[in-house]
Design a binder for this molecule. Structure first.
Ligand SMILES: [Zn+2]
Ligand SMILES: [Zn+2]
Length: 293
């Protein structure tokens, strides 16, 4: 399961909605997001990477992801335009996320997405002080940047992935874009655990008994909760208090489509959070913002 496009995810979601005759505000929100992301993803041009197979391999061996900030910003005007369109969707569905800050609607906010913010977000370094004075909920801010950058990262991933053998990589974060995983699967043959990047949908192999977020390997503080059918697992770490959603393909009756599972398993997120864990892919402690009063 690699190189899935946003357009394919949108089609799968539409198909699911038709089959299940199910509709909700939340699904409408995801359809709106995916429509923008699919359109952007198909429209943009990605330059040929400067890396060759050897330099790409060397980066992975040194623990460096392949995508650099400099590669991303070649599409800068489209990035800011996409960010503004994504912000508008979040504003339309403000009741899903608590009140979306009025600031998001103001033009001066829209001009606040700077290259430095994108660089920091991409590299997981926290956000610059200019944002800190604005009353933006950090989870919301992270989601806005995340959803706006996704089509670009997905396209870059498709170009870069063929340069390397992903078996070289055994780290918790994505070898293409440095993102964290929000969903994974146990593959059918031997139940090996694979993670999917929350940002660019790249997959990589990762140990089953290790927390991808803090590296914890102590079995006393790692566990999982399963559903009755043995298809879904919530892996939790009691050291960094995070959870990860995983689909066990050995027990899934139909072929699972992970970018759709990510959306359809939001109840697992609720369960994880009710148990006191937070989603490991959101690196919120790195975001230096002021919470709304
Ligand atoms: Zn990634
Ligand atoms: Zn952990």
């Amino acid at each position: 399961m690699t190189n899935i496009t946003s357009s394919q995810t949108l089609n799968k979601l539409e198909e699911w909605v038709r089959q299940e005759s199910h509709s909700s505000n939340l699904l409408d929100f995801y359809r709106s997001l995916l429509r923008i992301q699919a359109e952007v993803e198909e429209r943009i041009t990605i330059a040929k990477p400067e890396l060759n197979e050897q330099t790409a391999f060397n980066r992975l061996v040194r623990g460096k992801p392949l995508l650099r900030f400099e590669d991303i910003i070649t599409n800068w005007p489209t990035i800011t335009d996409t960010f503004n369109r994504i912000t508008a969707v979040f504003t339309d569905y403000g009741d899903l996320f608590g009140k979306v800050s009025e600031l998001l609607l103001e033009e001066k906010w829209q001009k606040k997405l700077t290259k430095q913010i994108v660089r920091n977000w991409l590299e997981g370094k926290g956000l610059p002080a200019t944002i800190a004075s604005m009353e933006i909920n950090p989870y919301l801010l992270d989601s806005l940047i995340h959803q706006a950058l996704r089509p670009f990262l997905i396209r870059h991933s498709r170009v870069l992935i063929n340069l390397v053998d992903r078996e070289v990589w055994r780290r918790g974060s994505c070898f293409i874009c440095n993102g964290q995983s929000d969903i994974g699967y146990l593959e059918k043959k031997v139940g090996a655990r694979w993670l999917m990047c929350s940002r660019c949908d790249t997959e990589w192999h990762f140990q089953r008994l290790k927390c991808p977020y803090c590296g914890n390997q102590d079995s006393n503080s790692l566990s999982w909760f399963g559903d009755d059918d043995g298809v879904y697992r919530l892996y939790v770490c009691d050291r960094c208090h995070t959870y990860l959603k995983v689909v066990d393909l050995r027990n899934a009756k139909i072929e699972a489509f992970l970018p759709l599972e990510r959306i359809l398993t939001l109840d697992m997120d609720r369960q994880g959070q009710e148990k006191g864990y937070h989603p490991g892919y959101v690196q919120i402690e790195n975001i230096n913002t002021t919470l709304p009063k």
